[in-house]
Ligand binder design. Structure first.
Ligand SMILES: [Zn+2]
Length: 583
């Protein structure tokens, strides 16, 4: 794991990753991710649209809209599962917190004197270990809270660890800043490997930021719990203002532009994004209708029992399938992928159907190991493959250091390889419907994410004082209309006004990652259709040897995959859909 490598001898290099963590927690405060946790959490998107068994029409009002991530498709059991049996144990004591601060003082004094390098090194190592433990305990408290959101004690325990981890992060950064501003003779050694930009971030950091983060975590908890729409809106406005305040500390006008560059390290800008939005309107909206009709034209004429099999495969739990599809894929996968997926399923995951568990699935870091959470309704085979892809990649690069746009290729491409692998393992009618549906879903998801992203761009640059739910809805309606001018998007896709309420607090300015990566993931599928082994080899390289210093696009290019700004690929996708139509 890279965490180890980052721990350079006698330097504050570990803090560089803390700065990154800090940046992450700025964005992911109050979300499915780690408010004060180590690095990043990556989740599963959902179109929330499901095929139904009704007859297809050329103007489909089905599939019904079930915007995720709130609607469990699996009936919750009444017996909640105990997360503790998954080896997660919460043991944090006040003594351990005190010990972190004692080590922090010791490290500061030794660093300012700057003479005994060996002693500084030993002290820094102990400090890092103590810090990592606090982070790990915070992540465990988060998973426990998500496993039983109605449990007030677990909620409080989680909020307490948010405070502890945020304050520790804050204290660590402030200590490093004092050392940097001191006359220590060891400054060059201590800040070896820091760029000017890193130093600028350290100096720009303000303790008020930690206060804002703590407040955002509280907002997240209340937002997820409340059913009162007006209250949700108040909380959302407060969070947007908080995030914008954080961006201003780093000299950005607003959080949207700040997050693009600093949080998600995107290697494309607003011009490219404008281009992608245009491609979506020119190609993807038509492709959306074509893919939906392709699906219904074939699926709609299947026997009800076969339709049921398609639905079972797409939506039922991976462990309740008529054949062990996940197991087949794992057995047939290259050794390293096989090993990763087994480890994830056997050791590093929590599957819960508890009624009060958080819906959704995500992969996060617990200390130095990755861990997958599967909430109620998120146990499908493809969701397991999605998180399995994140898990696999996280064994080769620290999850927090992978650009999130690329991380979502790791996950979504694994879903596509899984589907492609199964083609001769299931009945033709089931696999054909599955591919039709997944193409539709991939395109639908890309469009939804583009609209959510455009919504956030506008919200973060608007003065929201006095805004009501209707004002936010009007923004989303206008954006949806610009993609679907001829009809109400609600009739075909999702109620975007319900949709934005579900996702913008959990992971602000994140959703574009699903859109840009979704296009690349389809690219892996089209390659797999031609040469499965080659597609798998590309995928493995992308997960095992990503070039982390380069961005998302550079990695796609190196892998020979199409990107979201690649007009030819949109044309190719169109031809593929036309070809499937005429089968
Ligand atoms: Zn994901």
């Amino acid at each position: 794991m890279n965490n180890q490598i980052n721990r350079c001898r006698s330097s504050f290099k570990r803090l560089l990753s803390l700065l990154l963590v800090l940046v992450m927690l700025l964005s992911l405060a109050a979300c499915t991710a780690n408010p004060a946790g180590p690095g990043t959490t990556v989740g599963t998107p959902s179109t929330g649209t499901k095929p139904t068994t009704t007859t297809p029409t050329t103007n489909p009002t089905t599939p019904t809209t079930v915007p995720a991530p709130t609607e469990p498709s699996v009936p919750p059991t009444t017996e909640p599962e105990d997360p503790a049996k998954y080896e997660l144990v919460y043991t944090l004591t006040q003594e351990q917190v005190d010990e972190f601060y004692r080590l922090l003082d010791e490290c500061e004094q030794l660093s300012i004197v700057g003479e005994d390098i060996d002693a500084i090194e030993a002290s820094m190592e102990a400090l890092d270990e103590a810090y990592l433990f606090l982070e790990e305990q915070h992540s465990i408290a988060m998973i426990f809270h998500y496993s039983h959101m109605s449990d007030k004690d677990l909620e409080q325990q989680y909020l307490d660890t948010v405070d502890i981890a945020t304050e520790a992060n804050d204290a660590y950064l402030q200590m490093a800043r004092r050392v940097y501003l001191s006359d220590t003779p060891a400054k060059d050694i201590l800040f070896e490997g820091w760029t000017d930009e890193d130093i600028a971030s350290l100096l720009a950091y303000d303790e008020e930021i930690a206060e804002i983060q703590k407040r955002n975590a509280e907002i997240g908890v209340e937002y997820r719990a409340t059913k009162d729409d007006a209250r949700k809106i108040e909380l959302y406005i407060e969070m947007v203002k908080n995030n914008n305040a954080i961006a201003r500390y780093y000299d950005y006008d607003n959080y949207y532009t700040y997050a693009y560059e600093k949080v998600y390290n995107r290697d494309y800008g607003m011009d490219e994004l404008a281009q992608m939005r245009q491609f979506a309107k020119t190609y993807l909206v038509n492709d959306f209708y074509t893919s939906l009709n392709n699906f219904y034209a074939y699926f709609g004429n299947l026997d009800a029992s076969v339709q049921q099999r398609v639905q079972d495969f797409l939506f039922n739990s991976y462990d309740e399938q008529r054949a062990d599809y996940v197991g087949m894929y794992i057995d047939g996968a290259p050794e390293s992928l096989q090993k990763a997926l087994r480890e994830m399923l056997e050791h590093d995951s929590l599957f819960t159907k508890a009624v009060d568990a958080k819906a959704g699935a995500f992969t996060t870091m617990i200390g130095e190991r990755s861990y997958c959470y599967f909430g109620p309704g998120y146990w499908s085979s493809t969701t397991v493959m999605h998180e399995g892809g994140h898990y696999y990649a996280s064994l080769y690069s620290d999850l927090g250091s992978i650009p999130l746009d690329l991380a979502e290729v790791h996950s979504q491409a694994n879903e596509w390889l899984f589907i492609s692998f199964l083609q001769d393992k299931m009945a033709y009618s089931v696999q054909r419907s599955t591919v039709d549906y997944r193409l539709y879903e991939n395109i639908a998801m890309t469009l939804i994410c583009l609209m959510v992203d455009e919504f956030e761009q506008e919200v973060y640059s608007t003065n929201l004082t006095g805004f009501t739910a209707a004002d936010f809805d009007a923004i989303m309606d206008r954006i949806a209309k610009s993609y679907f001018p001829d009809g109400n998007v609600k009739d075909y896709l999702a109620d975007m006004n319900y949709y934005w309420r579900q996702v913008v607090v959990d992971q602000p300015v994140y959703y574009i990652s699903y859109a840009v990566s979704g296009i690349a993931a389809v690219g892996v599928f089209t390659e797999a259709e031609k040469d499965y082994d080659h597609a798998m080899a590309i995928y493995q390289k992308l997960c095992e040897e990503p070039v982390l210093d380069e961005g998302f696009l550079a990695n796609l290019t190196a892998a020979g995959l199409p990107g979201p700004f690649d007009e030819d690929f949109y044309k190719q996708l169109h031809e593929i859909l036309e070809e499937r139509k005429n089968r």
